[in-house]
Design a protein around this ligand. Sequence first.
Ligand code: FAD
Ligand code: NAG
Ligand code: NAG
Ligand code: NAG
Ligand code: NAG
Length: 506
Amino acid sequence: MSGWWCSCILTLTCLSAVVESNSAQVDSAPPSKIAIVGAGIGGTATAHFLRQHFGPEVRIDVYEKATVGGRLATVTVNHQEYESGGSIIHSLNLHMQDFVKQLGLKYRKSVAGKTAVFNGEEFILEETDWYLLDLFRLWWRYGFSFIRLQMWVEEVMEKFMRIYKYQAHGYAFSSVEELLQSLGGSAFINMTRRSVSESLLELGVSQRFIDEVVAGVMRVNYGQSVSIPAFVGAVSLAGAQANLWAVEGGNKLVCSGLLNAAKANLIKAKVTTISPQAAGDAFQYRLSYSPVDEKGTEEGAAAAAELYDIVVVATPLQVNGTGLSFEGFDPPLPEIGGSYHHTVASIVHGYLNCSYFGFADPKLFPFASVLTTDTPGLFFNSAASICPVNISAAFRRKQPQEAAVWKVFSQQPLDKKELKKLFKSYYSVQATDWQAYPQYGTAPGLPPLLLHDGLYYLNGVEWAASAMEMSAMAAKNIALLAYHRWNRQLEMIDQKDLVHKIKTEL
Ligand SMILES: Cc1cc2nc3c(=O)[nH]c(=O)nc-3n(C[C@H](O)[C@H](O)[C@H](O)COP(=O)(O)OP(=O)(O)OC[C@H]3O[C@@H](n4cnc5c(N)ncnc54)[C@H](O)[C@@H]3O)c2cc1C
Ligand SMILES: *[C@@H]1O[C@H](CO)[C@@H](O)[C@H](O)[C@H]1NC(C)=O
Ligand SMILES: *[C@@H]1O[C@H](CO)[C@@H](O)[C@H](O)[C@H]1NC(C)=O
Ligand SMILES: *[C@@H]1O[C@H](CO)[C@@H](O)[C@H](O)[C@H]1NC(C)=O
Ligand SMILES: *[C@@H]1O[C@H](CO)[C@@H](O)[C@H](O)[C@H]1NC(C)=O
């Protein structure tokens, strides 16, 4: 494992060399204008990778109707900022790691804190200070389930990490299915179709472990139950491991950093329609947009339009309010089905009501993070004491009896009564109602990445799993796909048996 890991890092650093030699071989003129819709991590990473592949001449316009960062955002409490959207990054998320290094940003390590699982009445599982005791308890309560689950997650991650090698060698995939097939064969495809609970039961993980531990992890990470597909379930479980980090100053700094580094033009406007226009034997795309002002409201300014050789849609098409439509395609573009799950993130500055959790003395409440089981009537998914995005070396967690900043995830906005249950008192509450990630199970299959000749759709990948690294990985794939399709290097797309092919190439 460790040897493989090293060679993976090596191939990543060779990336620019591979790309340059590719560009040297092609004779077709580069595209002159590329548009990206959306300046979240997906859109901004696409701008970065497109610049790498197509070189300095092409103009790259990034349209954003709200704020750069998208679902990576912060709210301010007491002059400190806190992540309200995507917050944690796994240590093996190599694209995110690479961005942070290249942009000269810093890592923010998570500050240790204990976790417990609450079933609406009491804690059914409590982490202690003593690692061996915790292991013993897990073993005593769940038998070998814990170890089986760990091995399963590791196996999925190891196969997933093949993507970094494939991409470093310049290979691209034209659909999420082709990508998954290449990483983990039909087993990976099947993992997007059957539930995580079914897959774990088959491995011999006990129902009790699934209900008491896995459910809590699915609820905190995706606001959904153990009926979500096994692939996103595995990603979610990986996000519950110990080796996690975030970006000092806020994860959204990666997005603004990538835009600058790519020398892309940020256009503050809402794209309303995209339509094709035949140009010789290829197509161009007309983007119509209406400018928005600082607050994100549409200005009176007249709508405008612009022609592009390549367009990448880097926002989920199922989200209400996107306001984007495709016109004049013959045949019409495939319908993108499914809906997005609402998760409300409430950032509460106040005193936790420890008696609600059965602790009469708040000084004795030892947990920084509370997960919950799938209990009918339970009004929140998780609650965690969180750290600001800038933490100094002297930072320590608040004592349980002190006021702290908590992040509560729930399906519905918390009302006064619910807030009074969870908190003895509070100074402020800031709620963000996110259309957070796919409502898994509501789409017929995995959406396409390629909508039309030169029109790409990044967020199709969220239906395998939604995470920052998934959008970053999809951005690299779409940049490669667009590059190879433009230069008709079709042998670089959907190559079979890459695991073995790359071994012999090395
Ligand atoms: C509460 C929450 C917690 C999460 N936790 C984690 C986590 O811990 N770790 C993790 O890895 N992931 C997490 N995620 C998921 C992660 O945040 C997302 O997968 C990722 O940020 C998606 O990035 P994106 O660029 O693909 O999409 P987005 O960030 O949604 O970007 C799309 C952008 O397009 C813009 N846009 C939309 N329509 C138009 C239009 N018509 N014209 C112009 N612009 C438009 C939008 O304003 C938006 O800025 C979490 C998400 C949420 C909501
Ligand atoms: C995936 O599912 C298909 C069809 O149900 C089945 O034939 C195949 O064996 C499965 N693959 C794996 C690796 O389980
Ligand atoms: C927070 O961190 C970022 C990135 O290191 C830095 O640019 C910013 O100035 C910091 N802000 C504060 C208030 O310390
Ligand atoms: C989004 O729009 C669809 C279709 O118009 C509607 O059924 C759904 O309730 C909306 N969802 C939200 C959360 O607004
Ligand atoms: C705290 O929790 C207890 C026990 O559930 C409850 O009786 C009380 O109303 C809650 N709220 C406050 C503000 O103490």
